[in-house]
Each structure stands twice: as structure tokens, then as C-alpha cells.
Write a protein that binds this ligand. Sequence first.
Ligand code: HSE
Length: 430
Amino acid sequence: MNEKTINIGLIGFGTIGSGVIEIFNQNIDLIQEKVGKEIILKKVVDLDITTDRGVEISPEKLSTDIDEILEDPEISIVIELIGGYEPAFSFIIKALKNGKNVVTANKALLAKYWKEVISTAEKNNVRIAFEASVGGGIPLLQPLNESLAANNFNGIYGIINGTANYILSKMSEKELNLDDVLKEAQEKGYAEQDPTFDIEGHDTAQKLIILTILGFGTYLTQDKFHVEGITQITPLDIKFTSKNLGYVTKLLGISRKIDGELEVRVHPTLIPHNHLLASVNDVFNGVYLIGDAVGPVMMYGQGAGMMPTASAIMGDCIDIINNPNKKINYGPPKKIEERIKSMDDVVSKYYIRLNAIDQPGVLHNLSGILSNFNISLESVNQDKNEKNDAIPIFLVTHKAYEKDIRNAINEIDQLPQIQAPSTLIRILDE
Ligand code: HSE
């Protein structure tokens, strides 16, 4: 960018938008010094420009008319922070077609419309930057795209949803069930009023799609991989696996290369206590990746929130100003269906909790079914039966095929001594 003055337009005066304004108010001198240009936040557009967001902004910068950004030839960078698919998609496409660079945190939109958005940016010789879309304030995508671009990645493992991580951390700390922690998290403003996307794993899946594109050059849609949330996790599972087996329970997005195929999945995962990801607690996010040259790398920080996310947004603006012609380093479009491993063929160790009536022959029946499916057990534990009703039996398997485990559990759940459904959690195995 040759201009001495860079004009930025901000679409969306919500929490993150207010954070961007706050960074302008607090740090713009520092940023201008670093970039060597004057940077002006020229316009902020939102449907609601009257609610007090607690940040200072002169009223003439506020507008409800989107064209004051999209049709202003002086604005060269548009920040989109309204989220969702529409009208965000139309605004982004129009901005790109009008020759404007775009900065967004919108992972849902990128995960769904990746090809359209990227090709529109390329055709119009402008940049789309989205560091804030995964891991909030953590510098993650730029390192993947640049500093680590010389690597083939063996695997990318991400705790990338702060809400789910907060809930699991508190369930573990306080031995509470999910609903109670969720209620407290909502009261504190850590969880959305409708937390479905976070706790059912969809938010993690969208972010994992972006990591998979940058890490493996593979674009895929959410229907092509297994996505499972945390709603089946109980304090009993968390406590038993922590105290007796040495694991912490995390909602993990996994994207990794196995025998030339890509394995992509989102599910609760038992992680050994001494693994770096095990110490990512509360609303923090962590991404652990392994490159063939660099080896393991861990990135950690605040994955959401007003100022951390605004930090990533402003970082993208600075990068665009400094490097307007930079390319996104992803591979050519591939036939992804050929490359994604079916969940049935995934191999893992498993933790299984069964609720069994305490009668002779239960373990005999179980071991018969497990051996029919070639499943070998690493450990079996049973609680003392004090009440004379169903008791939990905790199994840990050696490595087994997912399809065998599922088929075995289906059969086990039919046994008259078993109170279905049994609980299944996969164990991390890098
Ligand atoms: N809802 C997300 C989370 C934050 O809980 O991590 C935005 O990506």
C-alpha cells in the first residue's frame, strides 16, 4: 500500500468491534509508529449505533448505512465483525469486488464459503485475513501460513473452544455436572445464552476446517468428519479418568496424517496429565502441532473475548498494510472425499463406562462380546456395590478400530444386565 494514510471501515459495533475501537483509542500511536503510516478508523457501521458500548468514538464516525464503507473509495481495509452467514457474506464479497482488503473473525462463514471468499479475493488482487477466526488472540494462522510453511504436518490438535474448555475445567475442579457449570458460565457471561454450537462441537469443527486448510491444503465441509460435543460427559467420568487413569478430559479437534490419509475429528478426548494440552484450562485455548522439521509446537492464549480477538484483528490490518500482496499458503483444491479417513477406520484406545447390574456372568458376557470384535482390554475397574443397584464398570481398551468398538457397545447395551447407554471417550494417541 503506497498511500500515506490508510482508512479502515469497521462493520459491527459489538463486543469485538468495541475492542477494535479501544485499541485505536489506546494504541494507535504505537501502531502508526510501527507501520510508518497514518491509520484512520473512518467509519463504523452497525444497525444499532445508539447503545453505549463503553468505548469512546466520535458520533460522526457511526453510521447505519453499509455503503458508507463498501462504496467509499478511500477505505482500503474493511473489518467484518457481524458474524454469521448473511449479510456478512454479501458484505465481504462486495468489499472484495470493490478492491478492498477484508479482515474477519467469521469462522462459520470461512468454513462454509472458503472457496468463494478466497477466489473472490484472488480475482480482485486483494487480501482476506482471518487470524481472529481461530484461537482468538493467539497468533496461529500466520505462523502456520508462513513461519512453519516449510513443514509437512503430522498432526494438529486443538482445544479451540473456550466455552467447552471452561465447562470441562470447572466440572473437573468442582465435581459439578455440565448443566450446573453451564448455568454459572452463562451468568458470568462466559457462555452464550444458546451454547449449542460450543458444547456440541460445531464451533470447534469450523475452526478445525480452517486449521486443516492451512495445515494440510485440504478443504472439507463439516459433514465429512465426525463431530461430537461434550454433553455426554459426566463428573463421574472426569473424576475416575483423572484419579485412576491419569487423564484430563478436553474437547479436542484433531487433524492428522495417518498412512497417507487425513484423519479429521472433533470429540471429547482423554489427554495424559503430562501432555502440554492437559494444562490448557478454563477459557484458554491451546493448539499443539507436530511438523516434520520443527517437531512439536504449542500455541497457547486467550481464544475469545473483546481485547484478545481485537488484538488479532488489528494484527491482520497491520500485516495487510505491510504486505498487501501476500498469498495464503494452501495447496491446490483436492478431491477431499478420497483423502479423509472414515471414522469407522480410525484406530484409538478407548475408555468405556458401563452401568451394570451386579450379577454373576456380567464380565463373562462382556469379554465374550469384546473378543468377538478383536478388542483387547488394558484395564477393568468396578466400583464397590453399596446400594445393590447398577454399578459403573470402567474399561480401557488397547488400540482398536472405531467400528469394532461401536459394534461391541451396541451389543453390550442390549445385554439384560446393562443399563444403556454406555459412555465412550477416545484416548489421545499421537
Ligand atoms: N464461542 C467461542 C468459544 C468463541 O467459546 O471459544 C468464539 O470463537
